[in-house]
Design a binder for this molecule. Structure first.
Ligand code: HEM
Ligand SMILES: CC(C)=CCC/C(C)=C/CC/C(C)=C/COP(=O)(O)OP(=O)(O)O
Length: 304
């Protein structure tokens, strides 16, 4: 009898890598970037290595915990989509019970760490992000309405508030601007992606905008939200919260966002179906754009 190579046997024991995968590390990297740069903006300089490390670890744990619960709740639909079928909660490699225990532990540790070593408000903001992602987006809206990512998208806006509150113990108008920038940015980020994977969403019955109202309304919404975003990013300059460096970056990087959104909008409005190739540039650039903008804000408020 010939032995079966171990690489083709189904795995029965989860490793730390599988638990790490439950936390959606790539998505969190950008969420955390907005948290840490918001801390620098709040401090108008370096807030200290210890506080940065505490917030980075606790922020990871909180957003990671949200990702874990999202994968527990959505394990049925995740299993039916190619992109997500291999998730440990869908494949059964990690049981619902173990995943929920892991997620709850992360959330409790994060809340306590932020409360004790940062500020209570930062702990509440992080919990609010968790509740919005798991409760409002995943449990309530995701399977019900195409507005899911607009309202539920507020979850991804909390990380800068966590960072700001960790430094100042408070939130001001500029901190809420950072929240609003991500709020208006999310549709361009997500609906560009939704156009790329609309067939998968259709098959599992998730009412994302391209599935329920088609490509034309989607690109029109993406175009409108891109305009709102760019206008909004310029406003802090008028309040003298930031100076010329940030303004220059916001205009140039925002101009590029509008260019890519327009290049998606124009052919689709002219009657062409939105293809994956048409949507990829905007989806990929959306992430770079947000990173550049927050980095520019941090540099501007530290040195100018
Ligand atoms: C409701 C709001 C949002 C929705 C529905 C959404 C949805 C998604 C989805 C489905 C992906 C594909 C990732 C994968 O296959 O694992 C993705 C990728 C990504 N998202 Fe979002 N997103 C949202 C908000 C955000 C926010 C606020 C950030 C950060 C500030 C963010 C950062 C990223 C990053 C960095 C990726 C790339 C991950 C990769 O390459 O695997 N997203 N998003
Ligand atoms: C401060 C704090 C705790 C914030 C947490 C917010 C958070 C994790 C936002 C990320 C948004 C995101 C990955 C949405 C994808 O969900 P999806 O279910 O549509 O994507 P999927 O199909 O890949 O699971």
């Amino acid at each position: 009898m010939t032995a079966t190579p171990t690489s083709v046997l189904p795995r029965v024991r989860a490793t730390w890598r599988d638990y790490l995968a439950l936390t959606k590390p790539k998505v969190i990297s950008l969420l955390l970037f907005t948290t840490l740069t918001a801390m620098i903006m709040a401090q108008r300089g370096w807030p200290g290595l210890t506080l940065m490390l505490v917030v980075a670890l606790a922020g990871y744990a909180s957003a990671g915990s949200a990702g874990v619960f999202n994968m527990v709740i959505d394990r049925d639909i995740d299993l039916k989509m190619k992109r997500t079928a291999g998730r440990p909660t869908s494949s059964g490699l990690i049981s619902t019970h173990s995943a929920a225990l892991f997620g709850a532990t992360l959330q409790i540790l994060s809340f306590v760490a932020l409360w004790v070593w940062a500020t209570p408000l930062s702990a509440w903001m992080s919990l609010a992000g968790f509740v919005t992602y798991v409760g409002v987006y995943t449990l309530w809206l995701k399977r019900r309405t195409w507005h899911n990512i607009v309202l539920g998208g507020a979850a991804g806006c909390f990380p800068p508030l966590v960072g700001w509150a960790a430094v100042t113990g408070d939130l001001n108008l500029f901190a809420w601007f950072l929240f609003a920038i991500i709020f208006f940015w999310t549709p361009a980020h997500f609906w560009a992606l939704a156009l790329m994977i609309k067939d998968e969403y259709r098959e599992v019955g998730i009412p994302m905008l391209p599935v329920v109202h088609g490509d034309r309304l989607t690109v029109a919404q993406v175009w409108l939200y891109s305009i709102y975003t760019v206008v909004l990013t310029i406003l802090p300059f008028t309040f003298r919260e930031v100076s010329w460096l940030y303004l220059g970056v916001a205009v140039v990087a925002g101009g590029w966002l509008l260019r890519l959104a327009w290049r998606l909008y124009k052919p689709v409005m002219a009657g062409q179906p939105a293809t994956r190739k048409m949507a990829v540039p905007l989806y990929l650039y959306s992430m770079l754009y947000l990173a550049i903008l927050f980095l520019a804000g941090a540099i501007d408020r530290s040195f100018l």
